[in-house]
Design a protein around this ligand. Structure first.
Ligand code: TXA
Ligand code: MG
Length: 338
């Protein structure tokens, strides 16, 4: 399939025509990759089961993994979910458009394939003019997971999408580099206490402040549990999320010791003839780390490295925690404590 690629930099007439063309593809059940402020998405009409099924097939994604549905306004939200609450109002007023996904009970008309068979639906309003215009022009809520092949790092630049999906879908809209760089915070509002299922740039504290009540982390994200998974007794656990092609090791501990250990491992491995890449962020630059992380993984893969050595961020910081959630998965939980 020939993929049309449009780079939308300014909102002139030509750009609007390109977005209109993309919207027509969506209306007819086709797929379009588009930019959001978090990562690029691979979109289809969320209410068209065949179109949504094509996303799974294109990405090679397991079909029980539900997608996020992107909307451009509150009216569209209430078309998909009948739940109305003060918490929803507070959160959407403060954080939409933005990197917050809400898990809510779904209405009957939402096809099972969109929600992976669940009775709930994940919804967000993205903070990117191209994404918002595309949703408005198409008139449909857009189901979109990240626009990478399953298992590859999420795409934060148009070129990443081209790398993974060129020739596989009818259209890619480029719209610059994603401002946030990691996927949205996913908050479940169907549990008794609002629960963060996936950490992101909007933190537990941010959400609690706006709700004025407690928010909890899904126990599956618990740090102590990570420790158990990380225990050297279970080195064989395989996670294929966000994986670079290279082997990856996370080095965690005191920042000075981390630097020394990375230098040492780099030297040892280079002496064996391996090409070694390093990911080491400034200690307090958590937002920068979120912005750069996936792009760094792809860059090192492009450079053909055999081994990536990554310095852990302080996960006491909630954004550091969100980046570490991705970093540890990328490394298949392979970690060295120093
Ligand atoms: O920032 C983002 O959220 C990006 C951009 C494109 O908007 N999208 C994204 O989608 O990251 P995806 O499909 O890669 O991740 C969706 C996450 C998955 O972890 C999925 O399991 C969870 O949201 N999810 C979706 N629907 C859910 C539901 N009904 N209940 C619980 N989790 C759900
Ligand atoms: Mg993804």
């Amino acid at each position: 399939m020939k993929t049309k690629i449009y780079d939308i930099q300014k909102f002139n007439d030509q750009a609007m025509a390109h977005i209109k063309e993309a919207a027509d593809i969506l209306k007819k059940g086709g797929l379009v990759a588009f930019p959001t402020e978090t990562v690029y998405g691979l979109g289809a009409d969320a209410l068209n089961p065949q179109a949504v099924a094509a996303i799974y097939a294109t990405k090679g994604r397991p079909s029980d993994n539900p997608m996020i549905v992107h909307v451009a306004g509150m009216d569209q939200l209430y078309e998909l979910s009948s739940l109305q609450s003060e918490v929803i109002t507070k959160l959407t007023k403060r954080f939409w458009p933005g990197p917050l996904t809400l898990v809510l009970p779904k209405k009957e008309k939402v096809p099972d394939v969109t929600t992976g068979g669940l009775s709930t639906i994940a919804i967000r309003m993205p903070d990117h003019p191209v994404a918002l215009e595309l949703i408005k022009q198409s008139g449909c809520p857009i189901a979109a997971p990240s626009a990478n092949l399953s298992g590859r790092p999420s795409p934060t630049k148009g070129d990443h999408v081209i790398e993974d999906l060129n020739g596989k879908i009818p259209m890619i809209l480029k719209g610059g580099n994603c401002r946030v760089g990691i996927e949205s915070t996913v908050l479940d509002l169907t549990s008794e206490i609002p629960t963060i299922l996936r950490p992101g740039i909007l933190t537990q504290g941010d959400l609690e402040m706006v709700i004025g009540d407690k928010v909890v982390l899904d126990p599956a994200l618990d740090r102590k549990k990570h420790q158990e998974i990380l225990s050297p007794k279970a080195p064989g656990m395989k996670y294929t999320h966000y994986a670079p092609k290279a082997e990856m090791i996370v080095i965690r501990g005191n920042q000075d010791r981390v630097r020394i250990e990375i230098e040492r491992l780099k030297k040892v491995n280079e002496e064996k003839g391996r090409i070694v890449g390093v990911i080491l962020f400034e200690e307090q630059a958590f937002r920068q780390a979120a912005h750069d992380f996936f792009a760094k993984l792809r860059l090192l893969d492009d450079q053909g490295v055999d081994l990536i050595l990554a310095g852990a961020l302080n996960d006491e910081n909630p954004i550091g925690f969100a980046v570490m959630n991705r970093m540890l998965k990328s490394a298949g939980y392979h970690i060295i404590e120093v």
